[in-house]
Design a protein around this ligand. Structure first.
Ligand code: GAL
Length: 425
């Protein structure tokens, strides 16, 4: 693990040695104020791109040079493949969007920078909620800076479309199924969905939480308890997944998540189940929460947490190291947290901020998060890499997607799920 202050030390040592030896060495190229940073991320949809651009603007206003390295693909699977090849080639980007156990996995490989100095100077210990601190530290050292708090278990709805079919806001999966049938009978697509493994996994985990509750979710998708994975509740989860399959349109396969959101925005579909990055799309289209669209906590009593962080990789050169420090400082700053999260649909990772200016969905998210922490019903998202290693998540996604796209029975899917997880562990 490299300390972000290491580069400066290296340069001054070199100069001192040169003086002692009486040698004239060329003065090191002065680093741009703010330094330079290359950021690898997958924030390419409308609201996400605006949010990144706000960070870029703030970074450049500090005199820094921003090199943008977006890798399109919701959920970040393509970005992770790109990251691995950059690290193997010995040329990692300076900062990378990463989450959950992946942060620990990269830190364990010894390829990330240590951010303790900046964390101390900026008082991160006080600014971060305990739940995020454990995500961004490795063996007691800060290796990442959290950007946001996203909630995954949301149901997005178009109220005008619901009204057309005389449908009320559902609070249980049975009510959801009844509402979806009513929409279908009116020729409206009930559920906007994109058939990509991470989106299928997003539906799945929301149903697991909704039908099983937080304790079951934890046993099954965090502890990977074999009995929970093989039990009756999981059979019911796959039954509900089969119902959901009947509520999507025939062109769902491969569709990007933001195009599914657009179907709700333009009234083609009634609902979408997606994390609150979807809100960035509604807002970007000029839609008003509570009027043009609804953010409804998906049936279930809990809160599925997803939080993006930026991990600084071990790069060489004073300019790059300065850039990492500037970026880390900006990201947890109040200005950035407010602008970025308003555009992105998330809520701040920084504690103690006044959310009065945030919209009603963000305020609900914050209130439900506080309640969930108190009730011990806050759960990490499996689909969004907060809960289990990538290999296990991959095994779960394969089973869920295979079931969604076949006529496999729930009992078969359950056996398949438990066996695949056992093999991937
Ligand atoms: C999530 C990520 C979000 C958003 C979403 C869609 O995994 O945490 O920030 O980018 O994927 O790509």
């Amino acid at each position: 693990m490299r300390k972000t202050t290491g580069g400066g030390f290296g340069v001054s040592c070199l100069s001192a040695l040169a003086l002692v030896a009486g040698l004239a060495i060329a003065a090191p190229k002065p680093a741009a104020a703010g330094g330079s940073v290359e950021v690898l991320h997958w924030w390419t949809a409308g609201g996400e791109a605006k949010a990144v651009s706000a960070l870029k603007d703030q970074f450049e206003a500090e005199g820094g040079t921003w090199i943008d390295s977006p890798v399109a693909g919701g959920g970040g699977d393509a970005a992770m493949t790109a990251l691995r090849s950059r690290v193997i080639a010995g040329n990692p980007p300076s900062a990378v969007q990463l989450k959950g156990p992946s942060i620990q996995e990269w830190a364990a490989e010894g390829v990330v920078a240590n951010l303790d100095d900046i964390a101390k100077a900026e008082n991160w210990d006080k600014l971060l909620p305990a739940l995020l601190k454990s995500v961004v530290t490795y063996e007691g050292h800060y290796v990442a800076v959290p950007v946001n708090i996203h909630r995954v278990d949301w149901l997005w709805a178009n109220p005008a479309v619901l009204a057309k079919a005389g449908v009320a806001v559902p609070t249980t999966w049975d009510e959801f199924n009844t509402a979806a049938e009513a929409l279908k009978a009116k020729g409206i697509i009930p559920l906007a969905h994109g058939g990509q493994p991470w989106q299928d996994a997003t539906l799945f985990e929301v149903v697991v939480l909704g039908l099983g509750g937080p304790a079951f979710y934890h046993k099954a998708l965090v502890e990977l308890d074999d009995a929970a994975l093989r039990g009756d509740t999981m059979v019911k989860v796959f039954d509900q997944m089969r119902r959901l399959r009947g509520f999507v349109d025939p062109n769902f396969s491969g569709r990007d998540w933001n195009l599914a959101t657009a179907m709700v925005i333009n009234g083609e579909a009634g609902f979408q189940i997606m994390g609150d990055w979807a809100k960035g799309e509604f807002l970007g289209a000029g839609k008003v929460p509570g009027k043009d669209f609804l953010c409804i906590a998906a049936p279930g009593k809990g809160f599925l947490l997803n939080s993006d962080s930026l991990v600084m990789f071990d790069v060489k050169g004073a300019d790059k190291i300065e850039g990492q420090k500037t970026l880390a400082r900006l990201v947890l700053g109040e200005t950035f947290q407010r602008t970025f999260n308003t555009l992105k649909g998330s809520i701040p990772a920084r504690q103690g901020m006044d959310l009065a200016d945030f919209d009603a969905c963000a305020q609900k998210s914050q209130a439900d998060l506080t309640k969930a922490i108190a009730a011990d019903s806050l759960e990490p998202s499996m689909a969004h890499e907060m809960a289990v290693p990538r290999s296990v998540r991959g095994a779960i996604m394969d089973v869920v997607t295979a079931h969604f796209n076949s006529s496999e029975s729930s009992a078969e899917a359950v056996a398949h799920l438990a066996d695949s997880i056992a093999q991937a562990r």
